[in-house]
Design a protein around this ligand. Structure first.
Ligand code: ZN
Ligand code: FE
Ligand code: FE
Length: 163
């Protein structure tokens, strides 16, 4: 890890996000398949395409900075994915399983919101206004996904899991 300058820290953060999004893009289709609740499955499926767009946006940012974002591993994303996969493999009540899956998916969104919030603040501090705009687009998508998951939890999935 190169922590010699704030600019390097920014690039480092982007690389971690790039690896995290790439991991999530690969994992999400399998997780969506396991969801029983139709709204939950639709939300998870829709986010697969959004995530692919976010990977592309990061590639675009790398190009703007003249750096490659390949080569880092985001260990936190690995752990979050593992949590979701463990739930997917479990038996038990399908409604309760949906509630657990939703919570795991929401954990991913929260992690991303934190990461893009930081990257956006760095971009602004470094004067990369155009890059910040792209990061803000992704941040808005992650917040939207989080809000939708909260709605699905509170109007459907948690109620079914509790009954
Ligand atoms: Zn710069
Ligand atoms: Fe994402
Ligand atoms: Fe996301």
């Amino acid at each position: 890890m190169n922590l010699d300058s704030f600019e390097n820290l920014f690039v480092q953060k982007l690389r971690k996000l790039y690896d995290a999004e790439t991991q999530f893009a690969q994992d999400q289709p399998g997780l969506a398949e396991v969801a029983g609740d139709e709204q939950l499955r639709a939300a998870l499926e829709a986010h697969v395409e959004v995530t692919k767009g976010q990977v592309e946006r990061l590639v675009q940012i790398g190009n703007m900075l003249g750096v490659t974002l390949e080569g880092e591993t985001c260990e936190a994303a690995k752990a979050l994915i593992k949590e979701g996969q463990e739930i997917a493999k479990e038996g038990g009540d399908p409604f309760v399983k949906d509630a657990a899956l939703l919570a795991a998916a929401q954990g991913v969104e929260h992690y991303e919101i934190a990461g893009y919030g930081t990257a956006s603040a760095y971009a602004r501090r470094l004067g990369h206004k155009d890059i910040d705009k792209l990061l803000q687009q992704t941040l808005a998508e992650e917040r939207g996904a989080d809000t939708l998951l909260t709605e699905i939890a509170e109007t459907s999935v948690n109620e079914q899991a509790a009954s």
